[in-house]
Design a protein around this ligand. Structure first.
Ligand code: PEP
Ligand code: MN
Length: 366
């Protein structure tokens, strides 16, 4: 992991005992551990579906009090039993030092930090400090609930700085106010940027918390694999309708098996000759775009000078309005998304205004 801070972060793709470099990494199991019988029935089902890592929440961070807050430490014994009976690795969510200590004492193989916790640097630091003496434990960090990449990277860095180098991330989408198609907005560009910034980091997708609905799990899972994610964390339950938490997004081990066998796994490493030709065309388009933007900005600066000389204000609302409307119409005619063009034009306009203001202040100094 190479980031601009002084520390050199070198993150290797996550290797898990008995899994090594096998991709996609599939983690599945219930949202919450509810009873020994529920855990074992679900675990045997998902093991049959080929899953090698079993998840279950023991301590549940619920948005509001009064819901099922997890069975707590007694659930760790059920995870141990799952491990003994199925041979799967087991994982649970930790949110503080007490959770970490109890999970490590119970021999939990890997830990994950939930979205509400990764948004809290104090909690993440406490977890990192509690892991200092056992740095070999792999830790997966979910994105913070809010779309803040720096906070997500900061959480990974806190763990790394405490000596925990077997790290991975889980993209589960971001909270937004109101009802939407997705329970948590994917904002795919954020994990893509995370991958660019922390090259080598293993990143999984959690389509269950992202979609919030059973029917969205298959398409989101495929989308994640198509985009090059290293694996998936999918919630499953032997009786989803009777689940004590997140019942709308949990699927039976049988449905999980159908999804897993129908997923198309993409080869991320082979680059063919025709792909590099296409990439060269993209590079040329980007160069042309840059030259065009540069030309446009020079014209903007000339306009800035003209406005200054004629004592006109920089932002002309009517002109901005006309440009936005016309460019969006032009985009639509070309079969492009007008929303996308709106975002592009907004960014270009912002920079044009900044350039003109610069021209104003430079000529002011003369
Ligand atoms: C979970 O995985 O059970 C969970 C609570 O998820 P998140 O932290 O993504 O909300
Ligand atoms: Mn859940």
């Amino acid at each position: 992991m190479n980031d601009k801070k002084q520390t050199q972060y070198v993150i290797e793709p996550l290797r898990l005992d008995g899994i090594d470099n096998e991709r996609p990494i599939i983690i599945s199991g219930p949202c919450s551990a509810e009873s020994e019988a529920q855990m074992l029935a679900t675990a045997h089902g998902v093991a049959k579906a080929g899953v090698k890592i079993f998840r279950a929440g023991i301590w549940k961070p619920r948005t509001r009090p009064g819901g099922f807050e997890g069975v707590g430490a007694p659930g760790l014994a059920w995870l141990q039993k799952v491990k003994q009976e199925t041979g799967m690795l087991v994982t649970t969510e930790v949110a503080n030092r007490v959770h970490v200590q109890a999970a490590l004492e119970a021999g939990i193989d890997l830990l994950w930090v939930g979205a509400r916790t990764s948004a809290n640097p104090f909690a993440v630091q406490e977890i990192a400090d509690a892991l200092r003496s056992t740095p070999d434990v792999p830790v997966l960090v979910k994105n913070p609930v809010n779309p803040d990449l720096e906070l997500w990277i900061g959480a990974l860095q806190r763990l790394y700085n405490a000596g925990i180098h077997r790290l991975g991330a889980i993209h589960r989408g971001f909270s937004a106010y109101g009802q939407h198609l997705y329970r948590n907005d994917p904002q795919w560009h954020i994990p893509i940027e995370l991958h660019r910034r922390l090259h080598g980091l293993t990143i999984l997708c959690d389509p269950s918390h992202m979609g919030g609905k059973r029917e969205l799990i298959a398409p989101l899972s495929q989308q994640a694999l198509d985009m090059g994610f290293d694996g998936l964390m999918i919630e499953s339950h032997c009786d989803p309708d009777g689940a004590l938490s997140d019942k709308n997004q949990q699927i039976t081990p049988e449905s999980l098996s159908v999804i897993l066998t129908s997923l198309v796994k993409r080869d991320t490493h082979q680059s063919t000759e025709s792909l590099s030709l296409l990439r060269r065309r993209i590079d040329r388009c980007d160069t042309e775009l840059l030259e065009l933007l540069n030309r446009r900005m020079r014209v903007c600066r000339e306009i800035g000078l003209f406005k200054k000389e004629h004592n006109m204000q920089v932002v002309q609302a009517q002109r901005y309005d006309d440009i936005m409307r016309e460019r969006c119409d032009q985009a639509r005619e070309l079969g492009m998304s007008p929303d996308f063009m709106g975002v592009v034009m907004q960014a270009i306009h912002e920079e044009s205004v900044r350039q003109q203001i610069e021209v104003f202040s430079v000529s002011e100094l003369k």
